[in-house]
Design a protein around this ligand. Sequence first.
Ligand SMILES: O=CC(=O)O
Length: 314
Amino acid sequence: MESIGVLMTCPPPDPYLVEQLEKRFTLFKFHSIPDKAHFLNSNKASIRAVVGNASAGADAQLIHQLPNLEIVSSFSVGLDKIDLAKCRERGIRVTNTPDVLTDDVADLAIGLMLAVLRRLCQSDRYVRSGQWKRGDFKLTTKFTGKSVGIIGLGRIGLAIAKRAEAFSCPISYHTRTEKSDVKYKYYPSVVELAANCQILVVACALTEETRHIINREVINALGPKGVLINIGRGPHVDEPELVSALVEGRLGGAGLDVFQDEPNVPEELFGLENVVLLPHVGSGTMETRKEMADLVVGNLEAHFLNKPLLTPVL
Ligand SMILES: O=CC(=O)O
């Protein structure tokens, strides 16, 4: 398999993944190639696979430039950086890394809820800066028992619901169609869900339909005591609307792992106490990233050995 060219379109996300790919394939790290057009012209014939992640995948233009592309193996569960329609049209296989990261992302969502309501990051800064010596930290807000609304009840949404139930949180949700196999309350509209919960979590896939699913109306329905948690994708949220709602106090708080233009984060958020900002680390544990890397490599090996893919999307 050494002669098979694999193009990594994202900045290398993990040394183990790079090492495993380099052991088996000819790996090209696209991100660090200065003259990309020249590189593609010279190497396009040998590239039969693309590896991407949540920051870069395979868009229509790239797919068009790779005549021998057979498979896109993504080091992510999200597929929003891959032009799936183009892949389908060209018969290009697509895989992702579901299941192995579900627990980490759900854990982080709960962590963000606790961090925002109990002001964990701010309390930590309070101790480090010596302010505790001048007086106790102010009172915060209880998490146990808060009503949690979840947008998207797939693997991750369900794992968040299960965890929040352990904190005695009543759960409600919004999905395109009501699920017959869950006991949580269903709201057919996001605005209705937001108006009826205290913590609203974005846990759905990013598609054209869910882009800006959190807009001004939803934010206003969540209200000045409500908290938004986003462990999905930045573009799920109308970010300027979110920033102005937080600055003006029309929203109670936010815990954000994802942003519209990563790694750029609106600086207006930096001074706000009721906001916790994370650098897109939902699946970022050593254990999970290794499992994800093994899936990426396993899918490529399966494909090139004509075996069934481990986690096929297309
Ligand atoms: O954002 C991370 C992923 O999609 O796995």
